[in-house]
Each structure stands twice: as structure tokens, then as C-alpha cells.
Write a protein that binds this ligand. Structure first.
Ligand SMILES: Cc1ncc(COP(=O)(O)O)c(C=O)c1O
Length: 331
């Protein structure tokens, strides 16, 4: 049987999740009348200590709407150089919002407050692009699922408040950070004006993300979502999968983290360097390694000429992780 470690987006809904979806109460969500969507939005807003949340089909759209709530066309957002918003959203923020980006670089995707302070450009009238937001990613995908320490986020928040700059948190895998550290979701929420989270990664839902923030920001995001063609109708069927995931698939992320450490050890890495469910393995022959693993029914992805990525998730059991570890150790 193939063990697929390419991404945590590959999970298929469980039988219980499918049942919850089939039984969902639904209505027209463009009219604001889908009770399951409304319940999910209220639940997630409350978890993060915010006024409102909006269900979106993807994390990319949640990020576009979230960043656009802080940055107007012609203004800039600062982010880490390998942030998903900079590298993997196909230029959506420039193309759709009309903003520019400048980046700082950190090998583990961390907040570099000194670099941010140096880059930050206040309003200088007709001279320089004005910075109106900083975006951070927790956990950081391309930095191998690295967690951003709460203290660093709090320091960013305090500085941003002092200069009047917004903070966006790409929390596609914030659930993993929460489970790995025990930091309450509301504590992360307090560090950002707007947060995006995904249900379709570690939580195992087939579709769905949310953008979370003030009532005003979310009301505007709702208009923009519709403008971009993202107004959905009886989408409670999908929100029900998210509700089920929140009930049953959050605490179990600890298992994925343990499996990731097992795989890291098999690949000769120090397990303690793996914060959550993603392992980046440096390999001079990354392409060859991916092909050899595939021959042994273990799917991993190449994320650079010299880097291979392994991701654990709901569909990788302990036995799968052990079997994959044996193959990878041999290779
Ligand atoms: C950190 C991060 N943010 C945002 C996204 C975008 O999510 P989606 O694929 O649902 O657009 C991803 C997807 O992998 C991600 O890893």
C-alpha cells in the first residue's frame, strides 16, 4: 500500500465526517442563511477572540481577503521571503489587491523584528510606498512546519501598535502550533488584526478555510469574496466537515507530530528540530531520492534542488509512519 507523505492536504474525509456532511443543515450562504456555516464562523471567531469570521473555499483566498483588509492598492505588506503569500499564491496579492511586498529572510521563517523595523516605511506622502501591514506564517510551511514563538508574535504586536501597523497571521497550520505548544488559540488571535486558518490541511476536511477579524473587516471581506466569485450557496455541507474536524481532529495532531519526529530520525535528523508535522530533509540528490522512495511506495516531494519534504497527516497511521521510516532510513 502506498504511503503518501507529500502533503497534509491529501487526506480523504473519514466515514464519520462524510456522515456529518450528509446530515448538515443548509441554507443559502450568500443570503447569510446557512446555519452550519454561521455556526462554524461564530465558533471559529470565538476560538480566536475575534468579532467575526468568514468561510472561504481556500487558504489562499482567506489570505488575500485578510491582507487586503490591512493593505490598500499601492501600499505594501512585509513578510518572510519564503512565506506562502509571497511564494505560493501565484502573485494573487499583487494581481488582485494591487499591493507590493518586501521581505526579510530567515531560515526558519521566524519574525525578525529588527529587520521589520528597518524596512518599515511610514506614510511619506508622495515619496515612498507606505507599509501598512506585516504578515507572519505560523506554522511556517517552507521552513519545515516551524512554530513562531508566542513571545516573538507579542513583541511584533506591541511594536506594530506603537507605529500603527497592521498584522496578518497566515495560520493555515496554526492548529498544529497550538497543539505543539499548548498556546491558546486566542493568545495567537490577540497578536494579529486578521488571521486565516485552514480546515483542509491537518484537520482533514476536504475544503475550507476562514478569515477571522473585526466585524468591519469581515463585512468588507464578504463583499470582496463575492466579487471574486467566492460566494457559495448551500455550503453548510462543507462547513459541517469543518465542524466535525474541530470536534475530532485537533488534539490528534500530536500524533502527526510524533510521526514526523520518527521520520526525521530515520532520515538522520535530530527529531527535536521538528516542531510539528513537516520534515524538510536536505539531500544533494533530491530528485533521485524522491524517485527511489516512490519505487518503494513511499511518496515524498521535492521542494528544492537539494531538499525533500515529508508531511504527516490523518491518513498516515503509526504503522504507516514506521514502515515509511524503514524505507527512508534504508535509502
Ligand atoms: C502556510 C499556507 N498558507 C496558505 C495556504 C493556501 O491554502 P490553499 O491551498 O487552501 O489555498 C497553504 C497551502 O498549502 C499554506 O501552506
Amino acid at each position: 500500500m502506498t504511503i503518501d507523505l507529500r502533503s497534509d492536504t491529501l487526506t480523504r474525509p473519514t466515514a464519520e465526517m462524510r456522515r456529518a456532511m450528509a446530515e448538515a443543515q443548509v441554507g443559502d450562504d450568500v443570503f447569510g442563511e446557512d446555519p452550519t456555516v454561521n455556526a462554524l464562523q461564530e465558533r471559529v471567531a470565538e476560538l480566536f477572540g475575534k468579532e467575526a469570521a468568514l468561510f472561504t473555499p481556500t487558504g489562499s483566498l482567506a489570505n488575500v481577503l485578510g491582507v487586503a483588509s490591512l493593505v490598500e492598492p499601492g501600499q505594501e505588506v512585509l513578510c518572510e521571503a519564503s512565506a506562502h503569500i509571497a511564494r505560493a499564491e501565484l502573485g494573487a496579492h499583487g494581481a488582485l489587491t494591487g499591493l507590493t511586498m518586501r521581505t526579510w529572510r530567515h531560515p526558519r521563517g521566524q519574525v525578525d523584528l529588527a529587520a521589520i523595523q528597518e524596512m518599515y516605511a511610514p506614510d511619506m506622502g508622495p515619496f515612498f510606498v507606505r507599509t501598512t501591514a506585516v504578515s507572519v506564517e505560523n506554522t511556517h510551511n517552507f521552513a519545515g512546519g516551524a512554530v513562531l514563538p508566542l513571545a516573538d508574535l507579542q513583541a511584533l504586536r506591541a511594536w506594530a501598535d506603537s507605529v500603527g501597523c497592521g498584522v496578518h497571521l497566515d495560520g493555515a497550520r496554526l492548529w498544529n502550533a497550538h497543539v505543539a505548544t499548548g498556546v491558546p488559540l486566542a493568545a495567537y488571535g490577540a497578536c494579529a488584526d486578521v488571521v486565516s486558518v485552514c480546515l483542509s490541511k491537518g484537520l482533514g476536511a476536504p475544503v475550507g478555510s476562514l478569515v477571522i477579524g473585526s466585524a468591519d473587516a469581515i463585512a468588507t471581506a464578504r463583499v470582496r469574496r463575492k466579487r471574486m466569485g467566492g460566494g457559495m450557496r448551500q455550503v453548510g455541507i462543507l462547513a459541517a466537515a469543518g465542524m466535525h474536524a474541530l470536534d475530532h481532529h485537533v488534539e490528534r495532531l500530536a500524533e502527526d507530530h510524533a510521526h514526523a519526529r520518527l521520520l526525521a530520525e530515520a532520515c538522520g535528523l535530530e527529531p527535536a528540530t521538528v516542531d510539528t508535522n513537516i520534515v524538510v530533509v536536505p539531500r544533494s540528490d533530491a530528485g533521485g531520492f524522491v524517485a527511489s522512495a516512490r519505487e518503494e511506495d513511499v511518496l515524498v516531494s521535492q521542494v528544492g534542488p537539494h531538499a525533500v519534504r515529508l508531511v504527516t497527516h490523518l491518513d498516515v497511521s503509526k504503522a504507516d509512519a514506521e514502515a515509511a521510516a524503514a524505507v527512508l532510513a534504508r535509502l
